[in-house]
Design a protein around this ligand. Structure first.
Ligand SMILES: CC(C)=CC(=O)SCCNC(=O)CCNC(=O)[C@H](O)C(C)(C)COP(=O)(O)OP(=O)(O)OC[C@H]1O[C@@H](n2cnc3c(N)ncnc32)[C@H](O)[C@@H]1OP(=O)(O)O
Length: 258
């Protein structure tokens, strides 16, 4: 069992949970914390008993951004040679579905971490922003790209150029989050969503995720061709036979993830 110092992990109902835990710094994402998050994600990816990964923070902050105190003294040569933040791409490459449950601040790298996840659920207390410009930098973990795809150019431009935060309702209206729930219900709801996904056939959920993600990277015609081929491939699984047989037999499916 790995000992983590800046995150907490637990496994419930085939869901691998990662709770960011650096309360003294509002979960600011320093190297230690991100290394631990990525290590935990790798562990859950390898674990056949896990079907979805849930990432959450505290009531006050999902994460207040990349660690400014750690970044401040770095030189251009440091950031370039070390390819600062490139490791985070590993989360985007996760093949199992990932869910972010956001309460409080999700700023800069915190907003980017949430956007690296597949499903984004927000508490009514959530505040999203890309305030890097106020620090004399720009988003560096995909914020200018993923935020723009999520909320469109006009809102993304305003947020990235002014650093303005948006609340949960505005984030939902703009399409950044799938749903807003009362803060007291966030974890319960997020667990429900994650457990629902984890209860599906794992290979089929992974195919569904890959297919949706393809829509961000290719033309419509290519995307539809990709989806059709993957759809055909689902018929090679035992879970397709089981899922359809269960419907016909009027019983819940018992997927065995093969
Ligand atoms: C550059 C790239 C690629 C990515 C980035 O993410 S840059 C960072 C973007 N995030 C920000 O600019 C937000 C910074 N934080 C704040 O503006 C405020 O902390 C707040 C509005 C989120 C909350 O304000 P509040 O007054 O409630 O709390 P503080 O006293 O300011 O914070 C408590 C404690 O946490 C430390 N903290 C907060 N955010 C960070 C951070 N991103 N990096 C490092 N440390 C952070 C803050 O300094 C304070 O600790 P001390 O009391 O020890 O100073």
């Amino acid at each position: 069992m790995t000992e983590y110092t800046t995150i907490r992990t637990e496994q419930v109902d085939r869901v691998g949970v990662i709770t960011l835990h650096r309360p003294e710094a509002l979960n600011a994402l320093n190297t230690q914390l991100m290394t631990e998050v990525l290590d935990a994600v790798t562990g859950y990816e390898r674990d056949p008993g896990i079907g979805a990964i849930l990432i959450t923070g505290s009531e006050k902050a999902f994460a207040a951004g990349a660690d400014i105190k750690e970044m401040q003294p770095q030189t251009y040569a440091d950031t370039f040679a070390g390819d600062l933040f490139a490791a985070w791409d590993q989360l985007a490459q996760a093949r199992k579905p990932t869910i972010a449950a956001v309460a409080g601040y999700a700023l800069g790298g915190g907003c980017e971490l949430a956007m690296l996840c597949d499903v984004l659920l927000a508490a009514d207390t959530a505040k999203f922003g890309q305030p890097e410009i106020k620090l004399g930098v720009i988003p560096g973990i995909g914020g200018s790209q993923r935020l723009t795809r999520a909320v469109g150019k006009a809102k993304a431009m305003e947020m990235v150029l002014t650093g303005r935060m948006i609340g949960a309702e505005e984030a939902e209206r703009a399409g950044l989050v799938s749903r807003v729930v009362p803060a007291a219900e966030l974890l319960t709801e997020a667990h429900k969503v994650a457990a629902t996904i984890a209860g599906m056939s794992l290979p089929i959920a992974m195919m569904a995720k890959e297919s949706v993600n393809r829509s961000f990277e290719t033309t419509l015609a290519e995307g539809i061709r990709f989806e059709r081929r993957i759809f055909h491939a689902t018929f090679a699984t035992a879970d397709q036979k089981e899922g359809m047989a269960a419907f016909i037999d009027k019983r819940p499916p018992e997927f065995n993830h093969s």
